[in-house]
Design a protein around this ligand. Structure first.
Ligand SMILES: Nc1ncnc2c1ncn2[C@@H]1O[C@H](COP(=O)(O)OP(=O)(O)O)[C@@H](O)[C@H]1O
Ligand SMILES: [Mg+2]
Length: 362
């Protein structure tokens, strides 16, 4: 049995390192979705595995998982692989930019609690994310607006097979995003649960401080840049990295940097560092994130800022780095954008309205 859905393509909403993401409407049900597209001849195709992972995350749970998008369809044609999924809101990267590169402590603590829980969930399913960064977390829409979703499993890897942890290995190339990679990832050690958590620590510190010490280290050569960023991380003690921050941040970093390769992290303990601080400051869990306050004050619509331009480059297992041409559409009108999209996705069927329509089969 196969079912078919046709999607009317909307605006481009995300520039990732490997795929392009559009909003789209199911022309039969009018349901809005997000469509992630990858060239069928991509050197390292990732989208099919991503679709499969979302299915795995949604199966065999006693209750539906929180903050994991659902796949609607996966389809492939001569030119493209196409993944239709829940349409979500802006990413933490976009929201951070909107908040002028500074989140309040309360916002960071509310984020931390949810993001540790997301990592715990996917780790318990036997998978690592391996590209933890602000652009790979998005907020939900409607009733799910307060929920942070984890997305982009293109670099994800299984670390538990048949109840056994994948063996320790080294000599690995850096996979992920150098700014947030763990020290051991820079050293070429196979990633495990600790590395996702260390990367999350850098993301949280970036949010609270507004920058990371190794952020502006740029060189022409990518490998050299990875190396100097790794060295800078090693030189920076936890105390130095967390200067002027409440002790929860250094407790978190000390704990994750101290984890063994095979060790199962104590996620509850990690959450409690931040929960205790939240209680100590007498904050209330009202989901008044900085972007919610800003949206209300400035009367802006968060969902209109959807047009992600990533800040960082991602590197995959083959050492491939794809720099998105972020400027290519920045100043073009919506109509131009759409025609650009249609050109790029030539395999869609052109209609009178000038939109591209995809047929997806599952
Ligand atoms: N389901 C979705 N709903 C809304 N925006 C999304 C969705 N999926 C991705 N995006 C946006 O598109 C960007 C790129 O998507 P992502 O899956 O991270 O691709 P890449 O592998 O190329 O980084 C994300 O950073 C996010 O801003
Ligand atoms: Mg991404």
């Amino acid at each position: 049995m196969s079912s078919q859905a046709k999607f009317k393509l909307g605006q481009k909403i995300g520039y990732g390192s490997f795929g392009h993401v559009f909003s789209a409407t199911n022309i039969d049900t009018q349901e809005e979705v997000a469509i992630k597209v990858e060239a069928a001849d991509a050197k390292v195709p990732q989208l099919h595995q991503e679709a499969k992972l979302y299915e795995i995350f949604h199966s065999n749970n006693s209750v539906p998982p929180v903050g994991i998008p659902k796949v609607k369809q996966f389809n492939t044609n001569a030119h493209y692989n196409i993944l239709a999924m829940d349409l979500l809101g802006p990413s933490l990267g976009e929201l951070f930019r909107m908040c002028d590169y500074q989140f309040s402590l309360k916002t960071v603590l509310m984020i931390a609690d949810q993001l540790i829980a997301r990592l715990e969930f996917i780790h318990n399913k036997g998978y690592l994310h391996r590209d933890i960064k602000p652009d790979n977390f998005v907020i939900g829409t409607g009733k799910q607006r307060n929920v942070l979703y984890i997305i982009d499993f293109g670099l994800s890897k299984r670390f538990m097979k048949g109840g056994w942890h994948v063996n320790y290995a080294d000599g690995k190339k850096l996979v992920g995003t150098a700014r947030y990679s763990s020290i051991n990832t820079h050293k070429g050690i196979e990633q495990s649960r600790r590395d996702d958590l260390e990367a999350l620590g850098y993301v949280l510190i970036y949010f609270i401080k507004g920058e990371l010490p190794w952020q502006h280290m740029k060189t022409q050569d990518k490998l050299e840049r990875h190396q100097i960023i790794g060295e800078a991380k090693e030189r920076t003690s936890v105390a130095e990295l967390c200067t002027d921050l409440p002790k929860a941040f250094s407790q978190y970093m000390e704990y994750v940097r101290g984890l063994d390769y095979y060790e199962k992290p104590d996620y509850q303990k990690l959450r409690s560092f931040f929960k205790d601080l939240f209680a100590e400051r007498k904050y209330t869990e009202d989901f008044e994130f900085d972007w919610v306050i800003k949206e209300r004050r400035k009367k802006i619509n968060l969902f209109e800022i959807l047009n992600a331009t990533p800040e960082t480059q991602t590197t995959n297992d083959n050492g491939l780095t794809i720099s998105p041409k972020v400027d290519e559409q920045k100043d073009t009108s919506l109509a131009e954008k759409k025609s650009h999209i249609i050109k790029k996705l030539g395999s869609g069927v052109k209609t009178k309205a000038g939109y591209s329509i995809f047929s997806c089969f599952i």
